[in-house]
Design a protein around this ligand. Structure first.
Ligand code: AHR
Length: 522
Protein backbone atom coordinates (compact mmCIF):
# COMPACT_ATOMS: atom_id res chain seq x y z
CA UNK A 1 0.00 0.00 0.00
CA UNK A 2 1.28 3.48 -0.89
CA UNK A 3 1.00 6.41 1.46
CA UNK A 4 0.19 10.05 0.81
CA UNK A 5 -0.20 12.90 3.26
CA UNK A 6 -1.59 16.26 2.35
CA UNK A 7 -1.81 19.59 4.15
CA UNK A 8 -4.43 22.09 3.16
CA UNK A 9 -4.04 25.66 4.25
CA UNK A 10 -6.22 28.54 3.06
CA UNK A 11 -3.10 30.70 3.07
CA UNK A 12 -1.86 28.67 0.10
CA UNK A 13 -4.24 29.22 -2.77
CA UNK A 14 -3.91 29.15 -6.54
CA UNK A 15 -6.76 31.61 -6.89
CA UNK A 16 -10.49 31.89 -7.41
CA UNK A 17 -11.83 28.96 -9.40
CA UNK A 18 -12.34 30.00 -12.99
CA UNK A 19 -15.49 28.17 -14.01
CA UNK A 20 -14.73 28.50 -17.70
CA UNK A 21 -12.38 25.55 -17.30
CA UNK A 22 -15.49 23.37 -17.32
CA UNK A 23 -16.01 23.94 -21.00
CA UNK A 24 -17.02 21.62 -23.80
CA UNK A 25 -16.82 21.48 -27.56
CA UNK A 26 -19.37 20.91 -30.32
CA UNK A 27 -17.90 20.32 -33.76
CA UNK A 28 -19.63 19.52 -37.01
CA UNK A 29 -17.96 16.17 -37.01
CA UNK A 30 -19.35 12.66 -37.09
CA UNK A 31 -22.52 12.52 -35.01
CA UNK A 32 -21.79 15.29 -32.55
CA UNK A 33 -24.32 17.68 -34.09
CA UNK A 34 -26.47 15.49 -36.34
CA UNK A 35 -28.12 12.69 -34.33
CA UNK A 36 -26.14 14.02 -31.35
CA UNK A 37 -27.51 17.31 -30.09
CA UNK A 38 -29.85 17.72 -33.09
CA UNK A 39 -32.23 15.16 -34.53
CA UNK A 40 -35.56 16.40 -35.84
CA UNK A 41 -38.04 13.56 -35.72
CA UNK A 42 -36.51 12.04 -32.60
CA UNK A 43 -39.25 11.37 -30.00
CA UNK A 44 -37.64 13.90 -27.66
CA UNK A 45 -36.90 16.60 -30.28
CA UNK A 46 -38.05 20.13 -29.44
CA UNK A 47 -39.61 22.51 -31.94
CA UNK A 48 -36.12 23.45 -33.16
CA UNK A 49 -35.15 19.82 -33.84
CA UNK A 50 -32.79 19.52 -30.84
CA UNK A 51 -32.96 16.43 -28.67
CA UNK A 52 -34.22 17.25 -25.19
CA UNK A 53 -32.96 13.95 -23.75
CA UNK A 54 -29.44 15.04 -24.74
CA UNK A 55 -30.07 18.57 -23.49
CA UNK A 56 -31.03 17.13 -20.08
CA UNK A 57 -27.76 15.23 -19.90
CA UNK A 58 -25.84 18.32 -20.97
CA UNK A 59 -27.50 20.23 -18.11
CA UNK A 60 -26.43 17.51 -15.72
CA UNK A 61 -22.89 17.51 -17.10
CA UNK A 62 -22.75 21.23 -16.39
CA UNK A 63 -20.43 22.78 -19.00
CA UNK A 64 -20.05 26.52 -18.66
CA UNK A 65 -18.73 27.41 -22.11
CA UNK A 66 -18.96 25.65 -25.46
CA UNK A 67 -16.63 26.00 -28.44
CA UNK A 68 -18.19 25.78 -31.93
CA UNK A 69 -18.22 24.85 -34.87
CA UNK A 70 -14.75 23.22 -34.97
CA UNK A 71 -12.17 21.88 -34.81
CA UNK A 72 -10.72 20.97 -38.15
CA UNK A 73 -14.18 21.49 -39.64
CA UNK A 74 -14.03 25.24 -39.15
CA UNK A 75 -10.99 25.54 -41.41
CA UNK A 76 -13.14 24.87 -44.47
CA UNK A 77 -16.47 26.20 -43.19
CA UNK A 78 -18.54 28.89 -44.86
CA UNK A 79 -20.62 30.28 -42.04
CA UNK A 80 -23.07 31.90 -44.47
CA UNK A 81 -24.23 28.40 -45.53
CA UNK A 82 -25.63 27.75 -42.07
CA UNK A 83 -27.88 30.80 -41.60
CA UNK A 84 -31.24 31.71 -43.09
CA UNK A 85 -34.15 29.49 -44.11
CA UNK A 86 -33.18 25.85 -43.72
CA UNK A 87 -34.62 24.88 -47.10
CA UNK A 88 -32.26 27.34 -48.82
CA UNK A 89 -29.10 26.11 -47.12
CA UNK A 90 -26.63 24.32 -49.40
CA UNK A 91 -25.30 20.84 -48.86
CA UNK A 92 -21.51 20.89 -48.96
CA UNK A 93 -18.60 18.53 -48.80
CA UNK A 94 -16.59 19.00 -45.61
CA UNK A 95 -13.06 18.03 -46.52
CA UNK A 96 -11.78 18.07 -42.95
CA UNK A 97 -13.74 14.91 -42.18
CA UNK A 98 -14.78 13.90 -45.72
CA UNK A 99 -18.42 14.28 -44.70
CA UNK A 100 -21.61 15.60 -46.23
CA UNK A 101 -22.61 18.76 -44.36
CA UNK A 102 -26.30 19.60 -44.74
CA UNK A 103 -26.04 22.90 -42.86
CA UNK A 104 -29.32 22.19 -41.10
CA UNK A 105 -27.59 23.48 -37.97
CA UNK A 106 -25.64 26.72 -38.19
CA UNK A 107 -24.56 29.67 -36.09
CA UNK A 108 -28.01 30.99 -35.12
CA UNK A 109 -29.41 27.55 -34.35
CA UNK A 110 -26.41 26.68 -32.24
CA UNK A 111 -26.45 30.00 -30.42
CA UNK A 112 -30.12 29.55 -29.50
CA UNK A 113 -29.45 26.02 -28.28
CA UNK A 114 -26.54 27.17 -26.10
CA UNK A 115 -28.59 30.05 -24.78
CA UNK A 116 -31.51 27.77 -23.84
CA UNK A 117 -29.01 25.68 -21.87
CA UNK A 118 -27.36 28.72 -20.30
CA UNK A 119 -23.93 27.88 -21.77
CA UNK A 120 -21.62 30.65 -22.96
CA UNK A 121 -20.69 30.29 -26.65
CA UNK A 122 -17.11 30.49 -27.91
CA UNK A 123 -16.90 30.75 -31.69
CA UNK A 124 -14.03 29.82 -33.99
CA UNK A 125 -13.48 31.59 -37.32
CA UNK A 126 -12.09 30.00 -40.47
CA UNK A 127 -8.50 31.11 -41.00
CA UNK A 128 -7.75 28.07 -43.15
CA UNK A 129 -9.53 28.36 -46.49
CA UNK A 130 -10.81 31.85 -45.66
CA UNK A 131 -9.49 34.92 -43.88
CA UNK A 132 -10.01 38.27 -42.22
CA UNK A 133 -12.97 39.42 -44.34
CA UNK A 134 -15.14 36.42 -43.55
CA UNK A 135 -14.12 36.53 -39.88
CA UNK A 136 -15.13 40.14 -39.37
CA UNK A 137 -18.32 39.57 -41.34
CA UNK A 138 -19.26 36.69 -39.05
CA UNK A 139 -18.44 38.87 -36.06
CA UNK A 140 -20.70 41.63 -37.32
CA UNK A 141 -23.43 39.16 -38.21
CA UNK A 142 -23.33 37.86 -34.64
CA UNK A 143 -22.61 40.90 -32.54
CA UNK A 144 -23.55 44.12 -34.36
CA UNK A 145 -26.63 46.09 -33.43
CA UNK A 146 -29.25 46.20 -36.20
CA UNK A 147 -28.70 48.86 -38.84
CA UNK A 148 -26.02 47.39 -41.08
CA UNK A 149 -26.51 44.77 -43.77
CA UNK A 150 -24.89 41.93 -41.82
CA UNK A 151 -26.78 42.42 -38.58
CA UNK A 152 -30.00 43.11 -40.48
CA UNK A 153 -29.53 39.70 -42.11
CA UNK A 154 -29.44 38.21 -38.61
CA UNK A 155 -32.60 40.13 -37.68
CA UNK A 156 -34.30 38.85 -40.84
CA UNK A 157 -33.25 35.34 -39.82
CA UNK A 158 -35.18 35.74 -36.59
CA UNK A 159 -32.53 37.03 -34.18
CA UNK A 160 -33.14 40.71 -33.42
CA UNK A 161 -30.75 40.82 -30.48
CA UNK A 162 -27.01 40.52 -31.02
CA UNK A 163 -25.63 37.15 -29.91
CA UNK A 164 -22.91 39.07 -28.05
CA UNK A 165 -20.27 36.35 -28.34
CA UNK A 166 -17.35 37.37 -26.12
CA UNK A 167 -14.75 34.72 -26.93
CA UNK A 168 -13.44 34.12 -30.48
CA UNK A 169 -10.84 31.59 -31.63
CA UNK A 170 -8.64 32.80 -34.46
CA UNK A 171 -8.71 29.55 -36.42
CA UNK A 172 -8.01 26.02 -35.27
CA UNK A 173 -4.77 24.03 -35.00
CA UNK A 174 -3.11 26.04 -37.74
CA UNK A 175 0.23 24.44 -36.80
CA UNK A 176 -1.02 21.01 -37.90
CA UNK A 177 -0.19 19.74 -41.41
CA UNK A 178 -3.60 17.99 -41.39
CA UNK A 179 -5.37 21.34 -41.17
CA UNK A 180 -7.06 22.79 -44.26
CA UNK A 181 -4.98 25.89 -44.94
CA UNK A 182 -2.18 24.87 -42.55
CA UNK A 183 0.38 27.66 -42.13
CA UNK A 184 3.85 28.30 -40.85
CA UNK A 185 4.01 30.20 -37.56
CA UNK A 186 4.98 33.39 -39.44
CA UNK A 187 2.15 33.05 -41.97
CA UNK A 188 -0.40 32.36 -39.28
CA UNK A 189 0.89 35.10 -36.98
CA UNK A 190 0.49 37.71 -39.71
CA UNK A 191 -3.05 36.61 -40.57
CA UNK A 192 -4.09 36.30 -36.93
CA UNK A 193 -2.67 39.71 -36.12
CA UNK A 194 -4.57 41.45 -38.91
CA UNK A 195 -7.79 39.57 -38.17
CA UNK A 196 -7.49 40.29 -34.45
CA UNK A 197 -6.74 43.97 -35.07
CA UNK A 198 -9.92 44.29 -37.15
CA UNK A 199 -12.03 42.33 -34.65
CA UNK A 200 -10.80 44.47 -31.76
CA UNK A 201 -11.52 47.61 -33.75
CA UNK A 202 -15.12 46.46 -33.88
CA UNK A 203 -15.11 45.77 -30.14
CA UNK A 204 -11.97 45.95 -28.04
CA UNK A 205 -13.60 44.09 -25.16
CA UNK A 206 -13.71 40.83 -27.16
CA UNK A 207 -11.52 38.01 -25.92
CA UNK A 208 -9.44 36.58 -28.73
CA UNK A 209 -7.70 33.21 -28.70
CA UNK A 210 -4.65 32.74 -30.92
CA UNK A 211 -3.88 29.21 -32.08
CA UNK A 212 -1.14 27.58 -30.06
CA UNK A 213 0.13 24.04 -30.56
CA UNK A 214 -1.96 20.98 -31.37
CA UNK A 215 0.01 19.06 -28.77
CA UNK A 216 3.25 19.32 -26.82
CA UNK A 217 5.04 16.92 -29.17
CA UNK A 218 4.57 19.09 -32.26
CA UNK A 219 7.99 19.82 -33.78
CA UNK A 220 7.16 23.54 -33.73
CA UNK A 221 6.01 23.59 -30.09
CA UNK A 222 7.47 26.53 -28.19
CA UNK A 223 8.70 28.32 -31.30
CA UNK A 224 5.15 28.50 -32.63
CA UNK A 225 3.86 30.16 -29.46
CA UNK A 226 6.76 32.61 -29.35
CA UNK A 227 6.43 33.67 -32.99
CA UNK A 228 2.63 33.96 -32.83
CA UNK A 229 2.57 35.88 -29.57
CA UNK A 230 5.43 38.11 -30.58
CA UNK A 231 3.31 39.31 -33.48
CA UNK A 232 -0.21 39.20 -31.97
CA UNK A 233 0.60 40.11 -28.36
CA UNK A 234 -1.29 43.41 -28.29
CA UNK A 235 -4.45 41.99 -29.84
CA UNK A 236 -4.98 38.60 -28.25
CA UNK A 237 -5.87 37.53 -24.73
CA UNK A 238 -5.40 33.78 -24.81
CA UNK A 239 -3.34 31.17 -26.63
CA UNK A 240 -4.76 27.72 -27.22
CA UNK A 241 -3.39 24.32 -26.25
CA UNK A 242 -4.80 20.95 -27.32
CA UNK A 243 -3.99 17.51 -25.95
CA UNK A 244 -5.46 14.05 -26.33
CA UNK A 245 -4.22 11.11 -24.32
CA UNK A 246 -4.27 7.34 -24.79
CA UNK A 247 -2.19 4.40 -23.59
CA UNK A 248 0.71 4.20 -26.04
CA UNK A 249 1.81 0.61 -26.76
CA UNK A 250 -0.23 -0.55 -23.78
CA UNK A 251 1.72 1.62 -21.31
CA UNK A 252 -1.00 2.13 -18.71
CA UNK A 253 1.29 3.61 -16.07
CA UNK A 254 2.18 6.54 -18.30
CA UNK A 255 -1.43 6.89 -19.41
CA UNK A 256 -2.59 7.13 -15.79
CA UNK A 257 0.06 9.82 -15.26
CA UNK A 258 -0.67 11.82 -18.43
CA UNK A 259 -1.87 14.81 -16.37
CA UNK A 260 1.87 15.31 -15.99
CA UNK A 261 2.05 16.09 -19.71
CA UNK A 262 -0.81 18.57 -19.42
CA UNK A 263 0.89 20.21 -16.44
CA UNK A 264 4.22 20.56 -18.28
CA UNK A 265 2.40 21.78 -21.38
CA UNK A 266 0.63 24.56 -19.45
CA UNK A 267 3.80 25.59 -17.64
CA UNK A 268 5.75 25.79 -20.91
CA UNK A 269 3.11 27.88 -22.68
CA UNK A 270 2.82 30.23 -19.69
CA UNK A 271 6.62 30.59 -19.59
CA UNK A 272 6.72 31.35 -23.32
CA UNK A 273 3.92 33.92 -23.07
CA UNK A 274 5.63 35.56 -20.11
CA UNK A 275 8.93 35.56 -21.98
CA UNK A 276 7.30 37.44 -24.86
CA UNK A 277 5.79 39.86 -22.34
CA UNK A 278 9.20 40.37 -20.73
CA UNK A 279 10.87 41.10 -24.05
CA UNK A 280 8.15 43.62 -24.79
CA UNK A 281 8.45 45.15 -21.32
CA UNK A 282 4.77 44.40 -20.74
CA UNK A 283 2.88 43.30 -17.65
CA UNK A 284 0.10 41.83 -19.78
CA UNK A 285 -0.56 38.20 -18.96
CA UNK A 286 -1.72 35.98 -21.84
CA UNK A 287 -3.59 32.96 -20.53
CA UNK A 288 -3.99 29.45 -21.85
CA UNK A 289 -7.20 28.37 -23.53
CA UNK A 290 -6.97 24.59 -23.25
CA UNK A 291 -9.80 24.35 -25.70
CA UNK A 292 -9.46 20.69 -26.70
CA UNK A 293 -8.53 17.94 -24.28
CA UNK A 294 -9.66 14.42 -23.57
CA UNK A 295 -8.81 10.76 -23.80
CA UNK A 296 -8.84 9.74 -27.48
CA UNK A 297 -7.70 6.36 -28.79
CA UNK A 298 -6.08 7.89 -31.84
CA UNK A 299 -4.27 4.66 -32.65
CA UNK A 300 -7.70 3.26 -33.62
CA UNK A 301 -8.33 6.07 -36.12
CA UNK A 302 -6.95 5.45 -39.61
CA UNK A 303 -6.89 9.13 -40.54
CA UNK A 304 -9.11 11.46 -42.50
CA UNK A 305 -8.08 10.25 -45.95
CA UNK A 306 -9.37 6.74 -45.23
CA UNK A 307 -12.91 7.95 -44.57
CA UNK A 308 -15.75 7.10 -46.88
CA UNK A 309 -17.76 10.24 -47.69
CA UNK A 310 -21.04 10.08 -45.76
CA UNK A 311 -23.53 12.22 -43.89
CA UNK A 312 -23.19 12.17 -40.08
CA UNK A 313 -20.84 9.17 -40.08
CA UNK A 314 -19.92 7.35 -36.90
CA UNK A 315 -16.49 8.90 -36.33
CA UNK A 316 -14.21 8.23 -33.36
CA UNK A 317 -17.05 7.11 -31.07
CA UNK A 318 -14.67 5.87 -28.39
CA UNK A 319 -16.22 3.88 -25.57
CA UNK A 320 -14.67 4.93 -22.27
CA UNK A 321 -13.70 2.74 -19.37
CA UNK A 322 -13.46 3.53 -15.68
CA UNK A 323 -9.69 3.89 -16.23
CA UNK A 324 -10.34 6.58 -18.85
CA UNK A 325 -12.71 8.28 -16.40
CA UNK A 326 -9.98 8.34 -13.74
CA UNK A 327 -7.62 9.92 -16.26
CA UNK A 328 -10.26 12.53 -17.16
CA UNK A 329 -10.64 13.27 -13.46
CA UNK A 330 -6.88 13.76 -13.18
CA UNK A 331 -6.85 16.16 -16.13
CA UNK A 332 -9.58 18.22 -14.47
CA UNK A 333 -7.52 18.34 -11.27
CA UNK A 334 -4.58 19.66 -13.28
CA UNK A 335 -6.69 22.31 -14.98
CA UNK A 336 -7.93 23.45 -11.57
CA UNK A 337 -4.37 23.59 -10.30
CA UNK A 338 -3.71 26.12 -13.06
CA UNK A 339 -6.87 28.13 -12.57
CA UNK A 340 -4.77 31.30 -12.34
CA UNK A 341 -3.45 30.94 -15.91
CA UNK A 342 -5.89 28.64 -17.72
CA UNK A 343 -8.72 30.86 -18.83
CA UNK A 344 -10.80 28.29 -20.67
CA UNK A 345 -10.72 24.55 -21.12
CA UNK A 346 -13.01 22.50 -23.35
CA UNK A 347 -13.37 18.78 -23.11
CA UNK A 348 -13.61 17.53 -26.68
CA UNK A 349 -16.26 16.75 -27.67
CA UNK A 350 -19.75 16.85 -26.15
CA UNK A 351 -21.78 14.09 -27.81
CA UNK A 352 -20.80 10.85 -29.60
CA UNK A 353 -17.41 12.04 -30.93
CA UNK A 354 -14.92 11.18 -28.13
CA UNK A 355 -17.64 12.33 -25.79
CA UNK A 356 -19.12 11.97 -22.31
CA UNK A 357 -22.61 11.57 -23.83
CA UNK A 358 -23.57 8.87 -26.34
CA UNK A 359 -26.72 8.58 -28.41
CA UNK A 360 -28.34 6.18 -30.79
CA UNK A 361 -30.14 7.77 -33.73
CA UNK A 362 -33.82 7.41 -32.97
CA UNK A 363 -32.92 5.80 -29.65
CA UNK A 364 -31.70 6.69 -26.18
CA UNK A 365 -28.87 8.87 -24.86
CA UNK A 366 -26.61 7.71 -22.03
CA UNK A 367 -23.66 8.76 -19.89
CA UNK A 368 -20.23 7.38 -20.66
CA UNK A 369 -17.91 6.66 -17.72
CA UNK A 370 -16.03 9.95 -18.34
CA UNK A 371 -19.28 11.86 -17.82
CA UNK A 372 -19.07 11.41 -14.07
CA UNK A 373 -15.79 13.08 -13.05
CA UNK A 374 -16.65 16.05 -15.23
CA UNK A 375 -20.20 16.41 -13.91
CA UNK A 376 -19.17 16.05 -10.26
CA UNK A 377 -16.19 18.38 -10.55
CA UNK A 378 -18.22 21.04 -12.35
CA UNK A 379 -20.99 20.64 -9.80
CA UNK A 380 -19.03 20.66 -6.57
CA UNK A 381 -15.82 22.64 -7.16
CA UNK A 382 -16.46 26.13 -5.82
CA UNK A 383 -14.68 29.12 -4.37
CA UNK A 384 -10.92 29.21 -4.11
CA UNK A 385 -8.59 26.56 -5.48
CA UNK A 386 -6.12 25.63 -2.76
CA UNK A 387 -2.53 24.62 -3.43
CA UNK A 388 -2.10 21.40 -1.44
CA UNK A 389 1.24 20.43 0.06
CA UNK A 390 1.59 16.76 -0.90
CA UNK A 391 4.02 14.11 0.25
CA UNK A 392 3.26 10.96 -1.70
CA UNK A 393 4.78 7.65 -2.66
CA UNK A 394 5.76 7.53 -6.29
CA UNK A 395 4.77 5.56 -9.36
CA UNK A 396 7.42 4.91 -11.99
CA UNK A 397 6.42 5.74 -15.53
CA UNK A 398 8.21 5.42 -18.84
CA UNK A 399 6.97 8.71 -20.20
CA UNK A 400 7.35 10.99 -17.16
CA UNK A 401 9.75 9.26 -14.79
CA UNK A 402 8.62 9.04 -11.15
CA UNK A 403 5.32 10.77 -10.45
CA UNK A 404 3.31 11.08 -7.25
CA UNK A 405 0.90 8.23 -6.77
CA UNK A 406 -1.62 10.76 -5.46
CA UNK A 407 -2.80 13.68 -7.57
CA UNK A 408 -5.02 16.09 -5.72
CA UNK A 409 -6.49 19.54 -5.48
CA UNK A 410 -9.16 21.16 -3.32
CA UNK A 411 -11.56 24.05 -3.39
CA UNK A 412 -12.71 26.05 -0.39
CA UNK A 413 -15.89 28.05 -0.71
CA UNK A 414 -15.50 31.20 1.39
CA UNK A 415 -19.27 31.71 1.44
CA UNK A 416 -20.24 28.36 2.86
CA UNK A 417 -16.96 27.01 4.18
CA UNK A 418 -17.47 23.88 2.08
CA UNK A 419 -14.23 22.11 1.34
CA UNK A 420 -14.07 19.75 -1.63
CA UNK A 421 -11.08 17.52 -2.21
CA UNK A 422 -10.52 15.92 -5.61
CA UNK A 423 -8.02 13.09 -5.70
CA UNK A 424 -6.76 10.32 -7.95
CA UNK A 425 -4.77 7.24 -7.10
CA UNK A 426 -2.64 6.77 -10.21
CA UNK A 427 -1.24 3.38 -9.25
CA UNK A 428 -2.47 0.37 -11.20
CA UNK A 429 -1.75 -2.01 -8.36
CA UNK A 430 -1.42 -0.30 -4.97
CA UNK A 431 -3.97 1.21 -2.61
CA UNK A 432 -3.10 4.67 -1.37
CA UNK A 433 -3.56 5.44 2.33
CA UNK A 434 -4.46 9.12 2.28
CA UNK A 435 -4.42 11.49 5.24
CA UNK A 436 -5.33 15.14 4.86
CA UNK A 437 -4.41 17.53 7.63
CA UNK A 438 -7.11 20.19 7.97
CA UNK A 439 -5.68 21.82 11.05
CA UNK A 440 -4.79 25.05 9.30
CA UNK A 441 -8.39 25.34 8.14
CA UNK A 442 -9.63 25.06 11.70
CA UNK A 443 -7.15 27.64 12.91
CA UNK A 444 -7.91 30.11 10.19
CA UNK A 445 -11.62 29.52 10.40
CA UNK A 446 -12.35 33.09 11.38
CA UNK A 447 -11.00 34.35 8.08
CA UNK A 448 -13.30 32.35 5.85
CA UNK A 449 -16.77 33.53 6.65
CA UNK A 450 -19.09 30.91 8.02
CA UNK A 451 -16.22 28.70 9.12
CA UNK A 452 -15.63 31.06 12.00
CA UNK A 453 -16.38 29.71 15.43
CA UNK A 454 -16.03 31.55 18.69
CA UNK A 455 -12.90 33.65 18.56
CA UNK A 456 -12.44 32.46 14.98
CA UNK A 457 -11.14 29.05 16.12
CA UNK A 458 -11.97 25.43 16.01
CA UNK A 459 -15.38 25.54 14.34
CA UNK A 460 -13.92 23.40 11.62
CA UNK A 461 -14.39 20.59 10.93
CA UNK A 462 -16.59 20.07 13.99
CA UNK A 463 -20.21 19.43 13.08
CA UNK A 464 -19.42 19.06 9.42
CA UNK A 465 -20.38 16.11 7.28
CA UNK A 466 -18.24 14.14 4.91
CA UNK A 467 -19.62 12.95 1.61
CA UNK A 468 -17.27 10.82 -0.42
CA UNK A 469 -18.02 9.83 -4.02
CA UNK A 470 -15.64 7.64 -5.96
CA UNK A 471 -15.17 6.12 -9.40
CA UNK A 472 -13.48 2.79 -9.24
CA UNK A 473 -14.21 -0.73 -10.41
CA UNK A 474 -12.71 -4.13 -9.80
CA UNK A 475 -12.62 -4.31 -13.59
CA UNK A 476 -10.65 -1.27 -14.82
CA UNK A 477 -12.10 -1.82 -18.29
CA UNK A 478 -15.71 -1.58 -17.10
CA UNK A 479 -17.70 0.79 -19.27
CA UNK A 480 -21.25 1.91 -19.95
CA UNK A 481 -23.26 0.81 -22.95
CA UNK A 482 -26.74 1.42 -24.26
CA UNK A 483 -27.77 -1.93 -22.76
CA UNK A 484 -26.00 -1.27 -19.44
CA UNK A 485 -25.74 2.51 -19.04
CA UNK A 486 -25.22 2.39 -15.27
CA UNK A 487 -22.34 -0.08 -15.18
CA UNK A 488 -19.94 2.72 -14.18
CA UNK A 489 -21.46 5.23 -11.79
CA UNK A 490 -20.08 7.15 -8.80
CA UNK A 491 -20.36 5.17 -5.57
CA UNK A 492 -20.00 6.09 -1.94
CA UNK A 493 -16.47 5.99 -0.54
CA UNK A 494 -15.38 5.54 3.06
CA UNK A 495 -13.49 8.75 3.91
CA UNK A 496 -13.77 9.69 7.59
CA UNK A 497 -12.98 12.75 9.64
CA UNK A 498 -10.84 11.96 12.61
CA UNK A 499 -10.48 15.22 14.55
CA UNK A 500 -9.13 17.57 11.94
CA UNK A 501 -7.64 14.76 9.88
CA UNK A 502 -9.43 13.32 6.91
CA UNK A 503 -8.58 9.69 6.18
CA UNK A 504 -9.39 7.44 3.26
CA UNK A 505 -7.96 4.45 1.50
CA UNK A 506 -8.00 4.99 -2.25
CA UNK A 507 -7.99 1.78 -4.29
CA UNK A 508 -5.80 1.48 -7.41
CA UNK A 509 -7.01 3.46 -10.46
CA UNK A 510 -9.63 5.50 -8.64
CA UNK A 511 -11.00 9.04 -8.70
CA UNK A 512 -12.48 10.74 -5.63
CA UNK A 513 -14.57 13.74 -4.71
CA UNK A 514 -14.67 14.23 -0.94
CA UNK A 515 -16.88 17.03 0.33
CA UNK A 516 -16.86 18.42 3.84
CA UNK A 517 -19.95 20.52 4.25
CA UNK A 518 -22.43 21.75 6.79
CA UNK A 519 -24.61 19.02 5.43
CA UNK A 520 -27.57 21.11 4.31
CA UNK A 521 -26.60 21.64 0.69
CA UNK A 522 -26.34 19.14 -2.13
O1 AHR B 1 -11.74 16.83 -31.69
C1 AHR B 1 -11.36 16.17 -32.86
C2 AHR B 1 -10.31 16.95 -33.66
O2 AHR B 1 -9.11 16.98 -32.93
C3 AHR B 1 -10.59 18.42 -33.89
O3 AHR B 1 -11.38 18.64 -35.02
C4 AHR B 1 -9.23 18.98 -34.10
O4 AHR B 1 -9.14 20.34 -33.76
C5 AHR B 1 -8.33 18.08 -33.29
O5 AHR B 1 -7.23 17.66 -34.00
Amino acid sequence: MGVASVRLDPAFAVGPLNRRIFGTFVEHMGRCVYTGIHEPGHPTADEHGFRTDVAELVRELGPTIVRYPGGNFVSNYQWEDGVGPKEDRPTRLDLAWRSIETNQVGTDDFMSWASRLGIEPMLAVNLGTRGMTEAIELLQYCNAEPGIELSDRRVKNGHPDPHDVRVWCLGNEMDGPWQMGHKTAEEYARLAEETARAMKRFDDSLELVACGSSNRAMPTFGTWERVVLDRCFDFVDHISAHAYYEPVDGDLDSFLACAEDMDRFIRAVVATADHVAAVKGSDKRISVSFDEWNVWFQARFDGESSLEIREAPELIEDVYSVTDAVVVGSLLITLMQHTDRVSMACQAQLVNVIAPISTRAGGPAWRQAIFHPFALTARYAAGTVLRPAVVSDAVQTQAYGAVDQLLTTATLDPETGDLVVFAVNRSRTEDCALTIDLDALAHSAGSVGSLGGEGGRAAYPAGRQVEHLTLHDADPNAHNTEADPERVVPRAGDAVLDGSTLRAVLPPISWHCIRITEGNNS
